[in-house]
Each structure stands twice: as structure tokens, then as C-alpha cells.
Design a protein around this ligand. Structure first.
Ligand SMILES: Cc1cc2nc3c(=O)[nH]c(=O)nc-3n(C[C@H](O)[C@H](O)[C@H](O)COP(=O)(O)O)c2cc1C
Length: 175
């Protein structure tokens, strides 16, 4: 079984979430199927999904929405995505309590376009030192709190759930 974790990230926080998901999937799928393989790749590097039995697509949330390359990836690959098991994930909310708590705008349409089984929202990381001038202005305006709020237990348990579904899915051939 070959699985793709495709991700759009500006400052690496979401990419690192994708890598953790990829590592958990690799371990759990590999325990059942020695040929199982998981790729974690930026969305912009993927032109077709032929090789993959299942796809996870993730994006950081900026100004309430997924990053454009991730939205474009879902639109461009919609036909292929709909023929595979697909999950979506986001990383965004920061602070304690997490803020904002709402799902990214347009996510229901992306779920429908991709035929995704679920969208999972993860907390994010905000490091002022990473940000450009315009981003700092925005972050100051909304009084966003700096810090790493990513919940690695949440990330790993969601990846376990995805692995369980993949291993139980008759539609996915185990190679
Ligand atoms: C300018 C700016 C705008 C942001 N807007 C949102 C937002 O609307 N909703 C949200 O949940 N998080 C928002 N965030 C937080 C980021 O999504 C979060 O820090 C994320 O983990 C960053 O991922 P990345 O490092 O992969 O780019 C914003 C961060 C910045 C710097």
C-alpha cells in the first residue's frame, strides 16, 4: 500500500505535523504490509496520484483559509482524489485557549470536492521570528499569542485512526 501525505506549509509547523502523521502511518501500515510506503511531500511537487492508494492533504490556515497551493491541489486532483480514500487536515489555532476555534472557510467544499472522509483541525505554532512584516502586522492586529500549541498526542492518535481505517478498508489493496 502506498500512501501520500501532501502538505502546504509556510513556516514548517504543518509540514512537521505531516511528517509525524507519515511516521505513524509508516509504522502501523508497515507492521501489516512490509511493502507499505508513505511519502510526505509539498503539494506543489505532486503532479499525479497514480502511484498512491490513499491520500492525506493538509494545509496551514492563514486569514481563515487554506493556503492557495493546497486549495489548487484539491481542485486539480479532484478526479483522482475521489477514487481513493482521502483525509484532510489543517493546522491553525494558537493560544490557550486555542483561538480561533472555527474550521477554515471553504473546508466543507474541499471535503466535498475531494470526496474526503473527514477534515481534522490541529492546533498550530506561531513564531514571531519566522514572520515577514505583513504577517507580523496581522498577528499584532488580532493579538495572536506566540508559541507552539501543536498537540502531538492528538496528531498521532488521528494518524492511528486513519491507519485503522486503511487497514480495514477492503477497497484498498494491500500490496
Ligand atoms: C499572518 C497569519 C495569519 C494567520 N491566520 C490564521 C487563521 O486565520 N486561523 C488560524 O487558525 N490560524 C491562523 N494563523 C496561525 C497559523 O495557521 C499557524 O501558526 C500554523 O501552524 C502555521 O503553519 P505553517 O508553519 O505550516 O505555515 C495565522 C498565522 C499568521 C502568521
Amino acid at each position: 500500500m502506498k500512501v501520500l501525505v501532501a502538505v502546504a506549509s509556510r513556516h514548517e509547523a504543518t509540514f512537521e505535523i505531516a511528517e509525524r502523521i507519515g511516521a505513524v502511518l509508516s509504522e502501523l501500515l508497515g507492521a501489516r504490509d512490509r511493502t507499505a510506503h508513505v511519502d510526505v511531500r509539498p503539494v506543489g511537487t505532486i503532479s499525479d496520484l497514480e502511484d498512491y492508494d490513499a491520500v492525506l492533504v493538509g494545509s496551514a490556515i492563514y486569514l481563515g483559509r487554506w493556503l492557495k497551493p493546497a486549495r489548487h491541489f484539491v481542485a486539480a486532483q479532484a478526479g483522482s482524489l475521489r477514487h481513493r480514500p482521502v483525509w484532510l487536515f489543517s493546522s491553525g489555532p494558537v493560544g490557550d485557549p486555542l483561538d480561533p476555534t472555527q474550521e477554515p472557510a471553504g473546508i466543507a467544499a474541499l471535503v466535498a470536492t475531494a470526496g474526503a472522509r473527514e477534515h481534522k483541525l490541529f492546533a498550530g505554532r506561531l513564531r514571531r521570528a519566522d514572520l515577514g512584516v505583513a504577517e507580523r502586522v496581522t498577528v499584532n492586529a488580532v493579538h495572536a499569542t506566540e508559541g507552539d500549541y501543536r498537540d502531538w498526542t492528538d496528531v498521532s492518535s488521528w494518524a492511528c485512526q486513519v491507519a485503522d481505517e486503511l487497514l480495514g478498508a477492503a477497497a484498498v489493496p494491500v500490496r
